[in-house]
Design a protein around this ligand. Structure first.
Ligand SMILES: Cc1cc2nc3c(=O)[nH]c(=O)nc-3n(C[C@H](O)[C@H](O)[C@H](O)COP(=O)(O)OP(=O)(O)OC[C@H]3O[C@@H](n4cnc5c(N)ncnc54)[C@H](O)[C@@H]3O)c2cc1C
Length: 428
């Protein structure tokens, strides 16, 4: 153990999109920031379809020119397909937003995108330590004052910091360890996915369309065309449905469901499946608190919503940007009290809750985008706004229309900062 621990302004647990975005902002402001990442990048990660409102945080951290130069597949729309193969009109983002900027987004390979993001954070001044795992947070009284880590050689040591950002993704490091993790009362799905090479895809601006294909029982496929002829295809539904009749192998689950959607079956009728079949049951959850003394939760570590509308990376980037700016202001003011993160928690929660309403509607068998738009043509634009990730708008008019077809959930109570004065489990 070194005699005196290393010391930073900010230590960040995890170098995914949330950690890399916050790290880039804090590094650019000149703060001493260290990102600690368990893996060696490039590493595999699911979450490949970006939505238009990733544009603003990517622009803030200087990533847009790099994205434009990349080979990533351009994406302009989302389309929905019913099991009998009937397609909705594409929801083109440029019907609502500027075609040259926000309305054009990308389908990425996360190993490549996350590497670009982490390198960008380095360029902006953040230090990055890969293959180093955070074991626990360090506390003095009720305040988090850094982390204990172990590197790949097995050396364990302490890193002290004025502020610790938990950007640990689905591991939800501090939320799990502090007993703050809450499940969504209804959304509890599993996902099985793989990749195809050279399968059928659309043409022109429709080549990069995300297609969401319904399976018969409250489930759906994603069809995400990527660069180099690759397509990511995955099915999401309740475990009971996907494993019916005792089918348990991910490969068997996947191929049985492909047979249930005519459009998808046709798309995959040429080309080869390649790589393994992945499975996850990590579904919608959130943290009771967004922050505590010395600690703030960012990206999936704060809240994760069912990925049907591809909101995860947008929320990770948006929260990374918000927290980066707020921590900077706090460092300058010499005040990093949890109350500083109240607006952050409220805004992120409001955005997640808006998206969650549309997710609930989507899973209701009595809901159809087509029917809502037939009765209220202007709802098409409002739905496009939500699908684009413009989630902090007032969507009351849209919810009022949708409530005529299906019930929508009330907002869940969570996401305030844990104040120093509130009685609570000590951060570990
Ligand atoms: C099936 C499925 C499909 C999805 N599809 C989409 C999609 O199409 N579009 C979309 O936008 N989102 C999608 N998502 C969501 C998306 O994957 C996440 O929202 C996004 O990756 C969150 O970014 P993050 O930075 O918060 O976390 P992550 O990207 O998970 O990054 C967290 C990082 O922290 C590191 N880490 C964790 N614990 C430690 C530790 N103890 N010490 C050091 N490092 C640690 C991890 O190695 C990781 O690199 C999908 C998710 C699932 C499950």
């Amino acid at each position: 153990m070194p005699s005196s621990p290393e010391s930073y302004d900010v230590v960040i647990i995890g170098g995914g999109p949330a950690g890399a975005c916050a790290g880039a902002i804090l590094g650019e402001y000149g703060h001493r920031v260290l990102i600690v990442e368990r893996e060696k990048f490039p590493r595999y990660h699911i979450g490949e379809s970006l939505i238009p409102f990733t544009f603003q945080p990517l622009e803030r951290i200087g990533m847009i020119p790099k994205m434009k130069q990349s080979a990533f597949q351009k994406k302009y729309s989302v389309t929905f397909v019913s099991p009998d193969g009937k397609r909705s009109q594409p929801f083109y983002f440029f019907n609502r937003y500027d075609r040259e900027t926000v309305a054009q987004t990308w389908q990425v390979l996360r190993s490549e995108f996350d590497q670009m993001m982490l390198d960008n954070a380095r360029e902006k001044g953040a230090q990055v330590r890969e293959e180093t795992t955070v074991n626990r947070t360090l506390t003095e009284g009720d305040r988090v004052v850094g982390v204990e880590v172990t590197d790949k050689s097995g050396r364990t040591y302490e890193i002290h910091a004025k502020m610790t950002l938990d950007c640990s993704g689905k591991e939800a490091f501090t939320s799990n360890r502090n007993g703050w993790r809450l499940k969504d009362p209804y959304l509890n799905k599993i996902a099985v996915w793989t990749y195809y090479k050279d399968s059928k895809r659309g043409e022109g601006i429709d080549e990069g369309d995300t297609t969401v294909c319904y399976v018969p029982d409250k489930g759906w496929f994603w069809h995400i065309p990527q660069h180099r002829g690759m397509t990511s295809v995955g099915v999401v539904a309740e475990g009971k449905y996907l494993t019916r009749g005792g089918v348990r192998e991910p490969k068997d689950i996947f191929h049985r469901e492909v047979e249930e959607n005519l459009w998808l079956k046709d798309r995959l009728s040429i080309g080869e499946p390649c790589g393994e079949y992945w499975i996850t049951s990590e579904y919608s959850r959130h943290s009771r608190y967004c922050a505590a003394p010395g600690l703030v939760l960012v990206g999936d570590a704060f809240a994760f919503l069912d990925p049907v509308f591809s909101s995860g990376v947008m929320l990770a980037l948006k929260s990374g940007q918000f927290v980066g700016e707020t921590v900077h202001e706090g460092l300058v003011a010499g005040d990093l009290s949890p109350a500083r993160f109240a607006e952050y928690g409220a805004k992120m929660r409001a955005g997640v809750e808006n998206m969650r309403k549309l997710v609930y509607a989507f899973y209701d068998p009595n809901f159809s985008f087509r029917e809502v738009i037939k009765r209220y043509p202007e709802a098409g634009g409002e739905i496009t706004d939500c699908l684009s990730g413009d989630v902090n708008k007032d969507f009351t008019p849209l919810w009022n229309k949708i409530r005529e077809f299906v019930p929508l959930p009330d907002d869940l109570p969570y996401g305030e900062p844990l104040g120093a004065e509130a009685p609570a489990p000590a951060a570990r």
